[in-house]
Write a protein that binds this ligand. Structure first.
Ligand code: NAX
Length: 327
């Protein structure tokens, strides 16, 4: 039988963790024939809750689940890790300035990056879900100089999936008709969901909706969907976030379908004028286990402005963590 893949999940006792772990253990993260070992990382106060989740995982008798380890020490949790899902983060609390938020997260993502650097397997792939996801990924990446930079990614797949769902609803078409959706920039309210390159039934999406809807409804609805979920549910997106994390890693490992692409925040190589090094969302395909930025797309003036605004925010975050000495 195949050697199990070690998947480390941080924030395992949180609400995304609860929605995520059962899907990983059932084979949806990597494939129905890939056995997994789960390493759960939590803060000491939440270890007991993680143990409870582990009891439930046992009780599912998942044939692919070869073991569960629970840690409150990053060094141990990332030892031999192949796939790291960094979900646990320090949320913004009332009155917290951005600098404080970035500093608090630096205290989490820098040591985790170092633990990955020192102990993870050579094929380590990292997906950061915990917010501010793009900049947390940048912090972890800089703490892991021996790991290829491209192995550090952040999640915009939930935004991508939200954009597809909103468009399909508007046009009353099956979701499967929609291809080539792109989220550009930061996983934040400045993100830009691009309908000028997306297709519906093979035709450009922007040409099938009116411009007012695109600019005044579609974009803000996608960008503020997280807040709308909190308003309705009384808690932030959890199952949909877990689902997006599954989609991201599955595609990264197994490849994206021919004739389509997806969105992921990956280190920029300078494509589309997005400064090299920052972790920005791009249109991407996955080939042979690697993300590649889709090249040659037309960026109209409106898109350019939107992308630049989101990238400006990423650059501000980068400069802030630089001045804090985190990168
Ligand atoms: P919860 O507060 O339910 O869970 C977070 C868990 O992380 C807690 O159990 C906490 O004990 C743990 N944790 C905190 N610090 C830790 C550390 N240093 N090491 C290990 N574990 C630690 O939050 P949840 O709803 O699960 O959300 C988790 C993160 O995902 C948040 O930062 C949230 O903002 C972010 N999200 C990102 C999304 C994206 O699309 N990129 C969408 C959903 C979500 O909002």
């Amino acid at each position: 039988t195949a050697t199990p893949v070690t998947v480390t999940v941080t924030g395992a006792a949180g609400q995304i963790g609860y929605a995520l772990l059962f899907r990983i253990a059932s084979g949806q993260l990597l494939g129905a024939d890939v056995p997994v070992t789960l390493n759960l990382l939590e803060i000491p106060q939440a270890v007991k809750a993680a143990e409870g989740t582990a009891m439930e995982l046992d009780d599912c008798a998942f044939p692919l689940l070869r073991g569960i380890n629970i840690y409150d020490d990053a060094k141990k949790a990332f030892e031999g890790c192949n796939v790291a899902l960094l979900v646990g983060a320090r949320p913004r609390t009332k009155g917290m300035e951005r600098g404080d938020l970035l500093e608090a997260n630096g205290g989490i993502f820098a040591p985790q990056g170092k633990a990955i650097n020192d102990g993870a397997a050579d094929d380590i792939r990292v997906l950061v879900v915990g917010n501010p996801a793009n900049t947390n990924a940048l912090i972890a990446q800089h703490a892991a100089p021996d790991v290829p930079a491209e192995r550090f990614t952040a999640m915009t797949r939930l935004d991508h999936n939200r954009a597809i769902a909103q468009l399909a609803k508007k046009l009353n078409v099956p979701l499967t008709e929609i291809k080539k959706m792109t989220i550009w920039g930061n996983h934040s309210a400045t993100q830009y969901p691009d309908l000028y390159n997306a297709e519906v039934g093979g035709k450009i999406a922007a040409e099938q909706v009116d411009e007012t809807w695109l600019k005044e409804e579609f974009i803000p609805t996608v960008a503020k969907r997280g807040a709308a979920i909190i308003e309705a549910r009384g808690a932030s997106s959890a199952a949909s976030a877990a689902n997006a994390a599954i989609d991201h890693v599955f595609d990264w490992v197994n490849g994206t379908p021919e004739g389509d692409w997806t969105s992921a925040a990956i280190p920029s190589d300078g494509s589309y004028g997005i400064p090299e090094g920052i972790i920005s969302s791009f249109p991407v395909v996955s080939k042979n286990g690697k993300w590649e930025i889709v090249q040659g797309l037309e960026i109209n003036e409106f898109s350019r402005q939107k992308i630049d605004a989101s990238v400006a925010e990423l650059l501000e975050e980068r400069d802030a963590v630089k001045s804090l000495g985190l990168i």
